[in-house]
Design a protein around this ligand. Structure first.
Ligand code: BYC
Length: 473
């Protein structure tokens, strides 16, 4: 286990002090990061004391402690999972060779591109969520939002460290650019589509942390298999933190479902809008939106980029080392769905080119598990309604279905049918306005919750129900 040195300006477990050049470069980036946090991080929160989890070691048992922290003073640092002795590249043409401790020249631009794409999402999500504190449904939720924000900030640090440490001048320039692109900026947008969408309300936030953060889990897990060992070790530790983000999403949506069902039963009505809650049909529309936008993040169904990443040994599959095959995939095929003559048809393609789609399938299976749990809540309330994941071809902007109109059930429909039904499938302006109208002033009395959401089953770190998670000073 590697201890984290907190006596340094940049806490780390990479012996930063032994590399003066790198240390100076990162110390020069640090004030720019803090300026960005001040301008585009959670609005107006610099003086708050927030009950946060901070990483204290990279050991799986007892890796974090809890305490009050002002967010600008969070231990933004660089923590890599421990180095595995004799780790080998687990897949691709170089399978079995010693994992790279430096960037191989021939894979330099590919690796840089992947690290930049990953890094770009982290500050993007903080920007998307910066105003949510104003309307938090409770102190508990406010604290969870801030926890996620600081950890995304730290994940940016993780990628910026790799860029500075291994990519010389280009890496330094890319690190600067991370703070120059902004979510939704028409001139300098974030790289991937979902990170330029707005997160204007807490239902969107919980859906985002359930569906979009889960893309993070699958992408990080694939990068954790990388033959480039520093990237692998960085992603492994990021995954430890990521689990909480998806927990916030799953339980957040679950608590809204619960509250809605309670009101439906109590008042014997489906029309919970009249009662100031979010109806199940609206929840389904938000789910449809966030799921489909997140599916786009996996890229094209058939992708030579993905094949090249794999063959080169830079990006693997989800749980690569647990899969029983040759880890080269030169002769294997994989069935992918596409559009042919206006119909959805399956065809076998080389497995190497289908790696994005395979990862998307792993992701879909995982998404379905949470939906089952939400449906249990509805079932227990005796309500005949089931939330469903829409078809993978529904509402896509990237890949084989980008130009098609496909219903949530997976039926190819005409433009006219789409126009007639889109308002039943995706949130309308009116739905969004309604959800926003529920987002009143933040609920800041300990133990109190907004009307449209149930309290959580237990407190963070087992704190009591009326715990003061945030002190506003
Ligand atoms: N939007 O061959 P393809 C997270 C581009 S989330 C815009 O399929 P590839 C987090 C693509 O760049 C995880 N453009 O591409 C969550 C390519 O462009 P060029 C983030 C897109 O490379 C919540 C072209 O289309 N991490 O951590 O196989 C909160 C052809 O596509 C999109 C990563 O993404 C899109 N959605 O796959 C905080 C991991 N999709 O070459 C954090 C790193 C594709 O024609 N990234 N394009 O100019 C990757 O592994 C890959 O870049 C992708 C794309 C999987 C995203």
């Amino acid at each position: 286990m590697m201890a984290i040195d907190y006596s340094e300006r940049i806490p780390n477990n990479v012996e930063l002090s032994s590399d003066r050049r790198l240390q100076r470069a990162l110390e020069a980036w640090q004030p720019r990061f803090l300026d960005w946090w001040k301008d585009l991080g959670p609005e107006g929160t610099s003086a708050y004391d927030v009950y946060l989890r901070t990483a204290i070691s990279t050991d799986a048992n007892g890796w974090a402690n809890f305490g009050y922290v002002k967010m600008p003073e969070y231990r933004w640092g660089i923590f890599l999972a421990d180095r595995e002795a004799d780790r080998v590249i687990p897949f691709g043409d170089n399978k079995g060779a010693a994992a790279w401790q430096e960037v191989p020249g021939e894979h330099r631009s590919t690796l840089r591109r992947l690290i930049v794409t990953q890094g770009d999402t982290e500050p993007a999500s903080v920007e998307q969520q910066r105003l949510l504190g104003r309307t938090a449904p409770s102190l508990y939720d406010l604290r969870n939002l801030f926890q996620i924000n600081v950890e995304e900030g730290r994940h940016l640090w993780a990628m910026v460290y790799l860029l500075h440490a291994y990519f010389g001048r280009d890496g330094r320039e890319e690190a600067e650019a991370m703070l120059e692109r902004h979510s939704g900026d028409p001139d300098k947008p974030r790289i991937l589509g979902a990170f330029n969408e707005q997160t204007p309300d807490w239902l969107s936030f919980f859906m985002f942390t359930y569906f979009t953060d889960r893309d993070g889990k699958y992408q990080l897990a694939s990068l954790a298999e990388s033959g480039f060992d520093p990237l692998s070790r960085t992603c492994r530790f990021m995954l430890t933190e990521e689990a909480h983000h998806m927990f916030v999403g799953e339980t957040g949506v679950g608590r809204i479902v619960q509250r809605t069902c309670e009101l439906m039963r109590e008042h014997k009505t489906d029309d919970v809008r009249a009662l100031g809650a979010i109806d199940l049909a609206t929840l389904q529309k938000y789910l449809n939106f966030h799921f489909s936008v997140s599916l786009d993040l996996f890229g094209q169904e058939a992708s030579t980029n993905a094949a090249n990443y794999y063959t080169a040994g830079v990006k693997g599959r989800f749980l690569e080392t647990k899969i029983a095959d040759d880890h080269k995939l030169t002769d294997a095929t994989y069935d992918i769905l596409g559009l042919q003559d206006g119909a959805l048809v399956s065809r076998a393609v080389p497995a190497l080119s289908a790696l994005n789609e395979r990862l998307r399938q792993d992701y879909i299976d995982d998404c379905a598990r949470g939906v089952l749990r939400w449906n249990k809540v509805i079932e227990r309330a005796g309500i005949p309604f089931e939330l469903k994941l829409p078809h993978r071809a529904f509402n896509r902007r990237i890949g084989a279905f980008a130009d098609a109109r496909v219903s949530p059930e997976g039926k190819v429909v005409s433009e006219a049918d789409w126009a007639a039904n889109a308002g039943m499938w995706l949130p309308t302006d009116e739905d969004r306005a309604y959800v926003r109208s529920l987002m009143g002033a933040a609920v800041i009395e300990p133990g109190k919750y907004a009307h449209w959401i149930a309290p959580p089953a237990r407190g963070i770190n087992n704190q009591p129900a009326d715990f003061q998670y945030v002190r506003f000073n």
